[in-house]
Design a protein around this ligand. Structure first.
Ligand SMILES: Cc1cc2nc3c(=O)[nH]c(=O)nc-3n(C[C@H](O)[C@H](O)[C@H](O)COP(=O)(O)OP(=O)(O)OC[C@H]3O[C@@H](n4cnc5c(N)ncnc54)[C@H](O)[C@@H]3O)c2cc1C
Length: 358
């Protein structure tokens, strides 16, 4: 069978795109390397901007029934401990483990009719050609055909690499992530803590667990791990999940019958806690473009309209991303500004409101 659309990766981007495509009646295939449920390097925080998309997907209520942490306050902690807090409106932001969240989305796509292959690592691609009107997609011993291909395979996108679109990645920062027993009295807060060697994010993901992330240069990792050992009692031989890069050039999000969504197209600074929102929304936008492509056969127009919508999605928000990146790349200067009240709570409230779209 030739699928209408094959989606590589079932994170929030791929699963949302698949669910929207399947609901629209397209023959949809998801190829996912891992077997779910699986964890991911992520702060697990769901920006409230995600809620309307989860509602359109029909899973908002299901997500609310998952074990989660309610976040009523963001605390920015300077090197040395000076803390500036900003209250979030009630029920604005929650933190949910990605093993649970991503599984709900993948199940939704399957319920809507998408064929889901787990443990399927895409490792070869042949684009449509004059003699064949579809993509050939290989995952190990299996091959599939689809009219449209979607790269939803994250910041190190295999699809982009196989098509020679992935930029060379300079030596970049690394993120470590884990879940720990929740320290008593941690409270309903997300903590963004600057450290001499980088930064840490902390958020409760339920009544008993804490998400802990560390971000820094590879050479700083031993010191950041020492800090986590001292501050949270993490064992020396603790297994951390790891990912890099934290930053890379964005890629053109559409080509002929190829759509890049989520981190595969553009990576934002984790400090902003927006990546899942962009993943869900770009998945939805790509599904709209694919519907029009399949209806009209106009490949170029579908690519153009998705690229324009993708630009619009990020426009007006990237300055916050730039500020966040500058802040975390110079933790000592940012700490001084926090201590000197230059980064006043009112200013942080404006930035936080921009990020949480309140
Ligand atoms: C340290 C850190 C903290 C973060 N914290 C937050 C936060 O609190 N809130 C937030 O909104 N965002 C956060 N983000 C960003 C967020 O994690 C990403 O933006 C989001 O996961 C992107 O979703 P995605 O679906 O594009 O890709 P991913 O979630 O990366 O999913 C890609 C999927 O593709 C699969 N895949 C990869 N290669 C292949 C292949 N060859 N074949 C088949 N499948 C493949 C993978 O197994 C994976 O399931 C954080 C990021 C980092 C690094």
């Amino acid at each position: 069978m030739i699928f209408d659309v094959a989606i590589v990766g079932s994170g929030p981007a791929g699963a949302s795109c698949a669910a929207f495509c399947a609901v629209a009646g397209h023959r949809t295939l998801i190829l996912e390397r891992e077997t779910f449920p699986r964890e991911k390097v992520c702060g697990d925080c769901l920006n409230p901007a995600c809620t309307p998309i989860l509602e359109r997907l029909g899973v908002a209520a299901r997500v609310q029934t998952l074990p989660h942490g309610r976040l009523s306050r963001v605390e920015f902690v300077a090197i040395g401990g000076h803390t500036v807090g900003v209250d979030l409106p009630p029920d604005a932001e929650i933190a949910v483990k990605r093993s649970l969240f991503d599984q709900v989305l993948m199940k939704r796509a399957a319920e809507a009719g998408a064929v889901v292959r787990q443990g399927a690592t895409v490792d070869a691609l042949v684009p449509p050609a004059l003699t064949r009107d579809s993509w050939k997609i290989t995952a190990g011993a299996e091959s599939f055909e689809a009219r449209v291909l979607v790269a939803a395979d994250g910041r190190n996108s295999t699809v982009a690499r196989l098509l020679r679109l992935l930029p060379r990645i300079a030596r970049e920062r690394v993120a470590l992530q884990t879940h720990l027993p929740l320290p008593s009295g941690f409270g309903a807060r997300v903590v963004l803590q600057l450290l001499p060697e980088g930064y840490s994010g902390q958020a409760p993901v339920g009544d008993n667990e804490l998400n802990l992330c560390l971000v820094g240069k590879p050479s700083s990792m031993p010191l950041l791990r020492d800090w986590a050992e001292t501050s949270f009692g993490v064992a020396r031989d603790h297994h951390w999940r790891i990912i890099t890069p934290l930053r890379r050039a964005s890629l053109p999000p559409a080509r002929r019958r190829l759509f890049l969504i989520g981190d595969a197209a553009r990576v934002v600074e984790p400090f902003t806690g927006e990546g899942i929102y962009y993943a869900l929304r770009s998945g939805e936008l790509a599904a709209e473009a694919i519907a029009s492509l399949l209806a009209t056969g106009d490949d170029d127009e579908a690519a153009r309209s998705y690229a324009a919508a993708h630009d619009e999605l990020y426009r007006g928000r990237l300055w916050v991303n730039r500020i966040a990146r500058a802040a975390v790349l110079s933790p000592r200067i940012t700490s001084l500004l926090l201590r000197a009240s230059v980064l006043h709570p009112a200013l942080l409230r404006v930035l936080t409101a921009k990020l949480t779209k309140l």
